[in-house]
Design a binder for this molecule. Structure first.
Ligand code: ASP
Ligand code: MG
Length: 429
């Protein structure tokens, strides 16, 4: 009997009706002869609502308590899904992350999985039951406190369990038919990508494509776990995320053929830009600045240092970081201002990042020229640029993001001529 892990996102379990539908799909998989482990997210926008509620009680809720609160969202869904399955005449047992053996470090709000010991899940499966697991949570190995894996972390729970249980596939059910060449909420003619490599999916996720959690893709790549991203609202084939020879893809007959040069256009509105103005152009200044920022446990993304003006011997250094870390970064930098001697700090949270991703970029000249031409045609001004081997990203004004995405998508002929991508549900929050 093969084992399948299925993960259902918040919009797939948003209300009683959807929960009943999901239960039918799970039971159908079980009756087709698979062992089934299901990972669920909190219903609809529950997690956002719980965070808002917490912030009304305390502007800066303690991490331990916030995690305790948020994990309740997934516990509600897991019990309801188990009940709906029982109602269909099949045994289901629900488990919290901790009961399922998801062991993490103790970083509240962004814990990392360090071990998975799914003994109780295995036991439930051996007894013929379907196991339902609360996503996005675990238990700290050292403090024994309940932790969460960060927003969107249920995907990671699913892949981690799939790897630990030796599943055949990890199916991620969402409110669109897979991974698209752009967010279908912005580009309705975006095309479904039938197959994408871990490497490209990592770049897409890191560039803001919210369809899969970044760490879930990292985890899947490490364990070679195939992911099938698909909609819980249709039976359509979705997107397979698997290992691929760079630049090639398997065809039906097992032959390799040239893959599309570009996988897609991703965007991200969750970052802000900090500019350290008037940094003395001396050895060691950048090191001091970024040591201060990393000391505050902030992950920075893009960095740009301007050429220093000969007259002043000073330069500006800009970097982007998650908006939620903006205030902490400014505080950390203010503390080192006397020592570094920079002039001032500027903070801009009205930015967005647009990225073009594709493994074919490596061997195809002219991709960046076309990318920048598309932005120019759309009248979009560029504030920062960064590249990797298979990605080009720019920072633009937040209001230009939609236009930029659509223009780049068109320039690379990614639009589906006879297609309107369906967004079945969800607020995209
Ligand atoms: N419910 C959590 C969130 O909204 C985890 C998840 O959906 O994966 O971030
Ligand atoms: Mg969610």
């Amino acid at each position: 009997m093969s084992l399948v892990v299925q993960k259902y996102g918040g919009s797939s379990v948003a209300d009683a009706e959807s929960i009943k539908q999901v239960a039918q799909r799970i039971v159908a998989t079980r009756r087709a002869g698979h062992e089934v482990v299901v990972v669920v997210s909190a219903m609809g926008d529950t997690t956002d609502e719980l965070i808002e509620l917490a912030e009304k009680v305390a502007p800066l809720p303690p991490g331990r308590e916030l995690d305790m609160l948020l994990t309740a969202g997934e516990r509600i869904s897991m019990a309801l899904v188990a009940m709906a399955i029982a109602n269909l005449g099949h045994e289901a047992r629900s488990f919290t992350g901790s009961q399922a053996g998801v062991i993490t470090d103790s970083a509240h709000g962004r814990a990392r999985i360090i071990d998975v010991t799914p003994g109780r899940i295995r036991g439930a499966l051996d007894a013929g039951a379907i196991a339902i697991v609360a996503g996005f949570q675990g238990v700290s190995q050292s403090t024994k406190d309940i932790t969460t894996l960060g927003r969107g972390g249920s995907d990671t729970t699913a892949v981690a369990l799939a790897a630990a249980l030796g599943a055949q596939v990890c199916e991620i059910y969402t409110d669109v038919d897979g991974v698209f060449t752009a967010d279908p909420r912005i580009v309705p003619t975006a095309r479904r990508i039938p197959r994408i490599s871990y490497e490209e999916m990592l770049e897409m996720a890191a560039s803001g494509a919210k369809v899969l959690h970044l760490r879930c893709v990292e985890y899947a790549r490490r364990y070679g776990m195939p992911i099938h991203v698909r909609s819980s609202f249709s039976q359509a084939e979705g997107t397979w995320v698997t290992e691929n020879q760079p630049g090639t893809t398997e065809t039906e007959g097992g032959q390799d053929m040239e893959q599309a040069i570009i996988s897609g256009v991703a965007h991200d509105r969750s970052e802000a830009k900090v500019t350290v103005v008037g940094v003395p152009d001396k050895v060691g200044e950048a090191a001091r600045i970024f040591t201060a920022v990393s000391g505050a446990e902030i992950n920075i993304d893009m960095i740009v240092q301007n050429v220093s003006a000969a007259a002043t011997g000073r330069t500006d250094i800009s970097f982007t970081l998650p908006k939620s870390d903006g205030q902490a970064a400014l505080k950390a930098l203010e503390r080192i201002q006397p020592e570094v001697g920079f002039e001032s700090l500027r903070y801009d949270d009205r930015i967005g990042k647009v990225s073009l991703v594709g493994a074919g970029m490596r061997s195809n000249p002219g991709v960046s020229a076309k990318f920048f031409a598309a932005l120019a045609d759309a009248g979009v001004n560029i504030e920062m640029i960064s590249t990797s081997e298979i990605r080009i990203s720019v920072v633009v004004d937040q209001d230009d993001v939609d236009t930029a995405v659509a223009s780049v998508h068109r320039a690379f002929e990614l639009d589906d001529p006879d297609g309107a991508a369906v967004v079945y549900a969800g607020t995209g929050r």
